[in-house]
Write a protein that binds this ligand. Structure first.
Ligand code: NAD
Length: 288
């Protein structure tokens, strides 16, 4: 557990999934937590069952950001922690850079990138007023690992990573005592991931369970990362225990990125196909 007693936190997209798990963890660690979400119905339901404060809030709207931060300062006295968690996958029909529509690209960037920028622009002056703070931006391993698919989403999450470093550098240079780090989840079972799995299952004519099994094989540690695993990383980065950490990309993915999974996946596929050699024949993707 991190010690967040006395701190005030805002978690965007906190009505469900990872945002709700993060809010729950920050509260358990002692913070006073406000969640915000574009969905008033699910936000109010989450807030009443978990005793958070809730603000209906579209992260793409700059005026709403000013209102939300202003209300938090008025009611809680300050803001110490901002978790920019709200995000969307965008159009599930987008299957390649060629299929990408400008409309989808702009919508994904509006929520995933502009939402983070606006949040930081509004929160940093408030954090300055209270002597410092910590910002945690939820990116993704999709922002670090390009694929021929998820064009808009991958690019938006890469932008979040870059923006995080820019913000961290700015805060250090201006001596604001505000840290800014990004967290990069792998596959986490949330309503967002469930929608993706259902879509993949429909497209490929297999069951959702099969899609889940295949995804679990991709992770070197096996299984899905849990929302609570992401929440632990966020709690650490939000707390004073990480006071010397800024600009970090914290990857929480069961080893997908850092364990060189290209080779591991080949090995696992070979084993699944009945080959026992630890060095299966590697095929060049360019030759296939
Ligand atoms: N689930 C995963 O496997 C995974 C992996 C990597 C990164 N992420 C990222 O983690 C974050 C949370 O994902 P999740 O899986 O919990 O998603 P989710 O869809 O379950 O929850 C996202 C929440 O954000 C809210 N939201 C969407 N647009 C908003 C807007 N414009 N303003 C305010 N709120 C808005 C939604 O209403 C929802 O409550 C996202 O940034 C996502 O990209 C998820």
């Amino acid at each position: 557990m991190s010690d967040l007693s006395g701190k005030v936190a805002l978690v965007t997209g906190g009505a469900q999934g990872m945002g709700l798990a993060i809010a729950t963890r920050l509260k358990a660690d002692g913070a006073r937590v406000v969640i915000s979400d574009i969905s008033g119905t699910s936000g109010r339901a989450a807030a009443s069952s978990d005793a958070f404060s809730f603000r209906e809030h579209d992260v793409c709207d700059e005026e709403q950001w000013a209102d939300v931060i202003g209300e938090i300062e008025a009611q809680e006295g300050k803001l110490d922690i901002l978790v920019n968690n709200a995000g969307i996958l965008g159009d599930l029909d987008e299957s390649s850079p060629i299929d990408t529509t400008l409309e989808n690209w702009r919508r994904v960037f509006a929520v995933n990138v502009e939402g983070v920028l606006l949040g930081c622009k509004a929160a940093i002056p408030a954090m300055q007023r209270s002597g410092g703070g910590a910002i945690v931006n939820i990116s993704s391993i999709s922002g670090l690992l390009a694929t021929p698919y998820n064009t808009s989403y991958g690019a938006s999450k890469a932008a979040v990573r870059h923006l995080t470093k820019t913000l961290a550098q700015y805060c250090v240079e201006m001596k604001l005592n505000i840290r800014c780090n990004s967290v990069h989840p792998g596959d986490v079972w949330t309503p967002l991931w469930e929608a993706l799995a259902r879509r993949k299952a429909m497209e490929t004519g297999v069951s959702v369970e099969q899609i889940i099994d295949e995804e679990q094989v991709v992770s070197p540690m096996g299984g899905f990362t849990k929302s609570e695993d992401i929440a632990s990383a966020v709690a650490f980065l939000a707390s004073d225990e990480s006071r010397r950490i800024t600009g970090l990309k914290m990857i929480v993915d069961g080893g997908v990125i850092d364990l060189d999974t290209y080779h591991l996946r080949k090995h696992l596929n070979a084993r699944r196909n009945g080959h026992t050699s630890p060095r299966p024949e590697y095929e060049s993707p360019l030759r296939a």
